[in-house]
Ligand binder design. Structure first.
Ligand SMILES: NC(=O)c1ccc[n+]([C@@H]2O[C@H](COP(=O)([O-])OP(=O)(O)OC[C@H]3O[C@@H](n4cnc5c(N)ncnc54)[C@H](O)[C@@H]3O)[C@@H](O)[C@H]2O)c1
Length: 357
């Protein structure tokens, strides 16, 4: 027979994920202690926090990350609904330990000791809106969340999904600079959905399996700043002018295609969660020390005269280990690059001035 005290202790542990202890109650000053976890993960792995975890992207993203064997601890933070999402996800019989955090007063507990922080918090587009229209709301949300990261997990890799990515990444960089913890290798704007869409649409045109196709997408993550390099597709192939124009336009407007089809109910969530997990997994494989992990992302860069730019980057133990140049561009891509840079410059500047005002 077990003693009443040990049964009580077990019950307390079972409900711990829904009622995380205050920061002062956590042993030491940082790091999640296994004693506070509801279940023990099967293998050692990384600690990942998702901020905006109860949203349209957040929920499928959390589910897919709970299935990732590289994750040992998964923290779900949102300003609404995290207890329900956490309880639901925590029933999945995978290794990662799941804990929920609700509201600003629990942000720091959610972030302490994290290796990777993924941010899909904020409002999505409605039909007729550009990503830039989201700036006023999402800029403030990203700033607050990044202040929390500066304080609680300054060495974490940050995957920023909240739009407009072309401005929110510069905002995050300024917040980190102000806190004295900025490491450009660790801040990555997630443009993976543009790559995922490009692979799919190009595979359709070529009659290939999309898993065999790799399209580099450079520039940024909005309209004309999304520049697929169709001359560098793997496997090597060629397109007619009409095909190039059709594909480029469909890739640049892929987000709008979803926003319009959802007719007011939001923007891409399922494909975005898939893309975010594909990207987060690459970051974790890099952290683990895997060789040759290369993906596109919007990062601090010297590839062009702009301070931020999306290109292929190699991921490793410190985040970004190498930023690849653009490679040879054809005439169509060179014209697209000039257009992209012009728009991107304004969005970057907007982010920097918001954060430094
Ligand atoms: N990078 C990309 O490729 C890409 C693609 C699609 C969408 N997005 C962007 O991702 C963001 C989220 O989209 P969604 O469809 O999931 O929106 P959503 O409204 O369904 O979910 C957003 C979640 O963020 C939460 N939230 C709001 N303020 C918060 C705060 N201060 N702290 C923590 N959480 C907060 C909300 O409660 C909500 O649960 C939007 O900005 C959208 O434009 C980016």
């Amino acid at each position: 027979m077990e003693s009443g005290a040990s049964v009580k202790q077990r019950i307390a542990r079972i409900s711990a994920h829904l009622n995380p202890p205050a920061i002062s109650q956590v042993e030491g000053s940082c790091g999640l202690r296994t004693g506070n976890c509801r279940a023990k993960g099967g293998s050692p792995g990384f600690k990942v926090a998702i901020l905006g975890a109860a949203g349209g992207i957040g929920q499928p993203l959390v589910m897919l990350m709970k299935m990732n064997p590289l994750v040992s601890v998964l923290h779900l933070y949102d300003v609404v609904n995290t207890p329900g999402v956490t309880a639901d996800i925590s029933h999945m019989d995978t290794g990662a330990v799941v804990r929920g955090f609700l509201g600003k007063e629990q942000l720091e507990d959610a972030l302490i000791g994290m290796d990777l922080v993924i941010i899909p918090a904020g409002v999505p587009r409605k039909p007729g809106m550009t990503r830039d229209d989201l700036f006023n709301i999402n800029a403030g949300i990203v700033k607050t969340l990044c202040e929390g990261i500066s304080k609680c997990c300054p060495k974490a890799i940050v995957n920023l999904i909240s739009n407009p990515v072309n401005s929110t990444v510069p905002i995050a960089a300024e917040v980190f600079k102000k806190a004295g913890i900025y490491d450009p290798r660790k801040l990555l704007g997630v443009t993976m959905l543009d790559v995922v869409r490009s692979n799919t649409f190009v595979a359709e045109v070529l009659g290939l399996d999309p898993r065999e196709v790799d399209v580099p997408v450079v520039g940024g993550h909005a309209g004309a700043t999304i520049l697929p390099l169709l001359s560098q597709v793997k496997p090597p192939c060629s397109f007619t002018v009409e095909e190039t124009e059709h594909l480029t336009s469909r890739i640049q407007n892929g987000g709008t295609e979803v926003v319009e089809a959802k007719a007011g109910a939001g923007s891409a969530t399922l494909s975005m969660a898939y893309a975010a997990v594909k990207f987060a997994d690459a970051c974790l494989r890099g952290l683990r020390g895997d060789a040759g992990v290369v993906e596109c992302a919007f990062v601090s860069s010297q590839v062009t005269e702009l301070p931020f730019f999306a290109t292929r980057v190699r991921l490793g133990c410190n985040g970004i280990e190498e930023i690849y140049p653009l490679g040879p561009l054809n005439e169509y891509e060179r014209a697209g690059l000039e257009k992209a840079k012009k728009e991107l410059a304004g969005s970057i500047e907007k982010g920097i001035s918001f954060a430094t005002k």
